[in-house]
Design a protein. Structure first.
Length: 503
């Protein structure tokens, strides 16, 4: 038998640690009198209660996660000098957070959506954050359009309701979204569990080795549990059964010691290949074909510890795309460069400028800089100088040893322009290859059914016509024809007669 009943519980205190007068009654003027404002413990309890929430993330709101470790399984020192990757067998503590993109807290986990895939590595050279998705591409490549994309997936300003019409209006006016829409409307849009889906950096990053040689890289985290997805009908049925099915599944698997794991495989492009590659390799709406750059297994991570407190360790976890370590840096991917500001700023808004002093975000190594003060500051430098340069032994940056990874940019006029197009930079080539060469007949059947069902949910006729003629028919004429037939539409003569070039 447990001896819990024999133990004396700790004494309740107020937030300052003083003994609390009561757990269950307020201070009143007599048994039937009013509650008194001098009941300081009651007021503290109520004031804290109405401040229990921090602002939600604007997107990736609903999620869950766990702690574990990353282990290096292959020598990668020829490509990067990152310390946490420098020895085969080396393990680094880490945190993983999985999420949906568009839904709010309390939204069903099984809803059709892209899944966020955020990893924090607590390395000896500081925190390294890798923030991606469960798909290898994204909807837009231009950060100016990112807030508009998110708005199109959320709620209408007048009704407060989500709108398929709004989504499809944005997508069909943004042909670069075609590749991601194909993934979203296929079975990958409804993963059965977080444990049974892959993760991807989607964006391109830079690795640099000790000799200063640079490489462009993409990260692929392959589930070792195997890919499993819901059908659309199964996903919608799960909404009625368990809104938190993914969060519950991850927690339960770790609790029973069935620790999920993922294998990290890298695509590595020599630095000089980018300039002449057949499409722009920094365009996040494109994948690098594995025939050109095969994936190379270099490590794996295992999640083996559930959070002790969900709010403190998952909700308050802050991921910042700008958190790199020596040997890893950004690329000319415009989405990466913009997210290097936006993600950190989101955390500063949600939990304050000192959010990285929270235990879940705090690096394992010592922090030395000249930031000071601000709300909720915990760590400070005592009487050490708060300015540089100084004469009193303050920290010095290692500019020679730890310079920022970079690439050459030729002198040019400042302008607003699209990515420089390479010869195969059509927005419809890769979605067509996905449909014809990757998807099975069952996958294609599910895809068509899911698209048709979504387009029937309040989407205006002219947007349905645009989806058929300007979006899906250019991807593949057969795909456009199947969707048109199901919707009772005609493929336009112009779309039907167009010549589609597929690599």
């Amino acid at each position: 038998m447990s001896d819990e009943g024999e133990r004396r519980p700790p004494l309740t205190t107020n937030n300052a640690g003083s003994p609390a007068p009561s757990d269950d009654t307020s201070l009143t003027a007599g048994a039937a009198g009013p509650v008194l404002m001098q009941d300081a413990y009651l007021l503290q309890k109520l004031a804290h209660f109405v401040r229990e929430r921090v602002p939600d993330r604007v997107y990736h709101v609903k999620g869950g996660g766990a702690f574990g470790y990353f282990e290096v399984t292959a020598d990668v020192t020829q490509w990067t000098k990152a310390a946490f990757l420098n020895t085969v067998g080396k393990r680094t503590p880490m945190l993983a957070r999985f999420s949906t993109v568009a839904g709010e807290e309390g939204y069903p986990d099984s809803d059709r959506d892209v899944r966020g895939y955020a990893l924090k590595f607590y390395t000896e050279e500081g925190n390294y954050d890798m923030v991606g998705n469960n798909t290898p591409v994204f909807f837009v490549r231009e950060p100016m359009k990112f807030p508009d994309f998110i708005h199109s997936q959320e709620r209408m300003p007048d009704t407060g309701l989500r709108s398929n019409n709004m989504q499809w209006d944005f997508w069909t006016l943004s042909p670069e979204s075609a590749h991601q829409v194909m993934y979203l409307m296929g079975d990958r849009g409804t993963p059965r569990t977080w444990r049974n889906m892959n993760g991807y950096s989607s964006s391109t990053y830079m690795w640099e080795n000790a000799a200063g040689e640079k490489f462009w890289v993409k990260y692929h985290f392959k589930t070792e549990q195997g890919i499993q997805n819901f059908t659309d009908a199964e996903a919608r049925a799960m909404k009625a059964e368990d809104l938190d099915c993914h969060r519950r599944d991850l927690w339960d698997a770790i609790a029973r010691k069935d620790y999920p794991s993922w294998r990290l495989e890298m695509q590595i492009m020599p630095f000089d290949d980018a300039a002449t590659y057949r499409f722009n390799p920094f365009d996040i709406t494109k994948v690098w074909p594995h025939g050109d750059y095969p994936t190379i297994p270099i490590g794996r991570f295992v999640l083996d510890r559930n959070p002790e407190n969900f709010f403190a360790q998952i909700q308050q976890a802050g991921f910042d795309v700008a958190n790199f370590v020596p040997g890893i840096g950004p690329s000319p991917d415009r989405m990466v460069l913009a997210r290097m500001f936006a993600y950190g700023d989101s955390n500063r808004y949600r939990t304050g400028p000192n959010y990285e002093q929270l235990p879940v975000n705090r690096p394992f190594n010592e922090v030395h800089n000249y930031n000071k003060d601000g709300p909720m500051r915990y760590r400070h430098n005592g009487n050490q100088p708060v300015y540089a340069p100084n004469s009193y032994g303050g920290p010095h940056a290692g500019a020679q040893r730890y310079g920022s990874p970079s690439w050459f940019v030729e002198a040019a006029d400042i302008m607003r322009t699209a990515y420089v197009a390479h010869k195969d930079d059509s927005d419809f080539i890769q979605p067509g290859m996905l449909y014809r060469d990757v998807m099975t007949p069952t996958d294609r059947e599910h895809l068509v059914g899911n698209i048709v069902w979504n387009l029937r949910q309040g989407v205006e006729r002219f947007i349905q016509e645009r989806a058929v003629n300007s979006f899906f028919t250019p991807i593949d004429p057969e795909l456009g024809a199947r969707i048109a037939e199901a919707l009772g539409l005609e493929v336009s003569p112009q779309a039907a007669s167009a010549k589609y070039t597929h690599a």
